[in-house]
Design a protein around this ligand. Structure first.
Ligand SMILES: O=P(O)(O)OC[C@H]1O[C@](O)(CO)[C@@H](O)[C@@H]1O
Length: 616
């Protein structure tokens, strides 16, 4: 028998940690006027309004299609006219939307009009409190968060107002030092534990808006990667003692977040610190997390509302508390979103920026996601906008079935990073390679705070280069018939960031209505969670089988086939092999013979026999 180092054992450090949350979660997972060069192309392939039955919800198989495109308008005068005709401006927000480089035709816009009427109606109903998420029987109320007077009843309005006041009050007290660390000092760090919608908004906003020296600096644990968690905790070092740990989970039962909490609590124990005095929970009332925080007496708890989805929760305590603690003006964020919402309530398509975006998405991706959306903010602080939008758009629009139960496999793929950085990465392919995308440029007019600028060559600043790169890329792509949208803001500040979030939230809602899908559920995510739970359940059986064989005298190393057989899971042999390979790589199983590269040659056992488990 080949003896290998790195014995697998049920060492105490590998034992599950004690926690209320842990105990309750066992087993662990189970939770148009652009003219074409060829005039004939202006003629839609089908007749217009006559094609659209009155009941639009039944028309998903007859979505309007754009005419086959040979090339976009290149005449500078026509383009300038198109630019001016379609330019949207929100004066108070200083936000512009340029859709001139998307080639929709007037005919297409007319053809889409009935769908937009329906979408506007849907949005109106949603804001009034309709069950907009039919599968889950839920209202969808993120718009009320920035204007609580819109809430369908006074109870909800009071809930929203109270939660906002509580967030502001708590943040003020922490920042001012009234709420102290257990040793009487000031909190200096935030460790945010959450995933998906419970992380992406706060991450985007922190990157976009946190001042250079925030009152509290923020870090994130947004995965169940132990090395990643160790890294975040190690970076905190002795400042763990002055870290406010904010655990965010709407459901209160997301495994990755639960694991992050357990790991952080373990780090607190090892440092001799009392976690409860530094823990804050943001979750739905009576969730597992809420109950854990209440029973363990955490420092504070804030509500997440049933009618706010994770990916639209940035304007709830989820996004507002971390932001306020970093010294970000959250009332300005809310004001920016509220102003944007107001603009998006008009039923005049060209005056409604979210509807214009939805129109462009529909045209560019033919209403079926045939092209990807590449999001390119030319501003470092907006780096995470594309990642934030990825969840907002893809989790909302990526659906197998429409609202009538037809299989539609809808979606809109989002990716991107930032310009001009990406010009040195993948823009080559965008300009010359496969034509499977359209671009959204985010332009920020203010280069840097006033008084700091200088010319690094005569007449040209560093920011002029950034501007030039954006405009150059937009032109170069368009020259090759690659369409683009440009959203322009004056500067990156709480108001403009709130407005951007509001803009895209509404665009997603409108687009979902155009293509007749439920944007507010995520049934597809559950399959992966369920499968992960099954893998972990299988791992427990593998461990039990290996343990029994390892308790024999002499130890009985088993082949993968023998393990599968004894687990009564021969159909899962590949997964059993992967489980064993993973355990071996982590010194939790010992390879007696063979190597993982030749699965059939393997013989494994556990380094330590656990007699207790044998009789459990
Ligand atoms: O806030 P929770 O309940 O932990 O969920 C986190 C994320 O997980 C998802 O449900 C997907 O699994 C997202 O929709 C959500 O934002």
């Amino acid at each position: 028998m080949a003896s290998l180092s790195g014995l697998c054992s049920s060492s105490p450090s590998l034992k599950p940690k004690q926690s209320l949350w842990k105990t309750t979660l066992n087993p662990p997972l189970l939770k148009t006027s652009l003219t074409y060069r060829t005039r004939t192309l202006l003629t839609p392939t089908r007749s217009i309004a006559s094609d659209i039955p009155a009941d639009l919800s039944k028309t998903n198989d007859k979505l309007p299609n754009k005419p086959k495109q040979l090339g976009l308008e290149k005449d500078p005068n026509s383009l300038w006219r198109r630019y001016v005709d379609w330019l949207y401006q929100h004066k108070e927000l200083g936000l512009y939307l340029d859709v001139s480089r998307i080639g929709f035709t007037d005919e297409f816009v007319s053809e889409m009009e009935p769908r937009f009427h329906k979408a506007f109606k849907d949005m109106e109903e949603l804001e009034k409190g309709a069950i907009a998420n039919p599968d889950e029987g839920r209202m969808v109320g993120h718009y009320w968060l920035r204007n609580s007077t819109l809430a369908p009843n006074s109870f909800l309005k009071t809930q929203i107002d109270k939660a906002l006041d509580a967030v502001c009050d708590f943040a003020d007290q922490v920042v001012s030092g009234k709420i102290k660390t257990p040793d009487g000092g000031r909190f200096t760090q935030i460790l945010s534990v959450g995933i998906g919608g419970s992380a992406l908004g706060p991450q985007f906003v922190a990157e976009a808006l946190a001042p250079d020296n925030p009152p509290l600096k923020i870090r994130f644990i947004d995965n169940t990667d132990p090395a990643g968690i160790d890294h975040q905790i190690a970076q905190l070092g002795p400042e763990l003692a002055s870290t406010l740990v904010i655990v965010i989970s709407k459901s209160g039962g997301t495994p990755e977040t639960r694991n992050g909490l357990l790991e952080v609590q373990q780090a607190f124990r090892e440092a001799g610190l009392d976690f409860a005095k530094q823990g804050v929970a943001i979750t739905q009332e009576n969730s597992l997390l809420d109950n854990t925080a209440r029973i363990e007496g955490w420092l504070a708890r804030f509500p997440m509302f049933d009618w706010v989805g994770g990916r639209t929760s940035e304007m709830s305590a989820v996004g507002l508390l971390p932001a306020a603690l970093q010294g970000i003006d959250i009332r300005e964020m809310l004001a920016g979103a509220a102003l944007m919402d107001e603009a998006n309530r008009t039923t005049v398509l060209r005056n409604n920026p979210a509807a214009l975006l939805a129109l462009c998405w529909y045209w560019a991706s033919e209403g079926v996601g045939s092209k990807d959306m590449v999001v390119l903010p030319y501003k470092d602080s907006l780096l995470l906008f594309s990642r934030y939008l990825q969840q907002l758009v893809m989790e909302s629009l990526g659906k197998e079935f429409d609202l009538d139960g037809n299989r539609v496999n809808q979606g809109l793929t989002v990716y991107g990073n930032k310009g001009s950085t990406d010009q040195h990465a993948y823009i080559q392919q965008l300009r010359e390679g496969v034509h499977n995308f359209f671009v959204t440029f985010i332009e920020v007019l203010r280069d840097r705070p006033p008084g700091h600028d200088w010319e690094l060559e005569p007449g040209v600043t560093c920011g002029d280069y950034l501007f030039g790169m954006l405009q150059g890329t937009r032109s170069a792509l368009y020259a090759k018939d690659r369409e683009s949208i440009t959203v322009t803001v004056q500067e990156v500040n709480p108001r403009s960031v709130g407005a951007l979030i509001g803009l895209y939230e509404r665009a997603v809602g409108i687009y979902a209505s155009l293509v007749n899908i439920n944007a507010y559920h995520q049934p597809g995510v559950e399959a992966g969670k369920k499968a992960a739970g099954e893998v972990l359940a299988l791992q427990k059986r593998v461990l039990a089988v290996l343990n029994e064989a390892s308790c024999k005298q002499p130890v009985e190393p088993l082949t993968i086939e023998e393990v599968a057989d004894r687990c009564h899971a021969t159909e899962d042999i590949e997964m059993i092999y992967k489980i064993i390979a993973h355990m071996a790589a982590n010194d939790r199983a010992l390879i007696a013979e063979g190597s993982c590269g030749s699965p059939r040659s393997l013989k494994v056992f556990l380094g330590e026999c656990n007699v207790d488990e044998l009789f459990a």
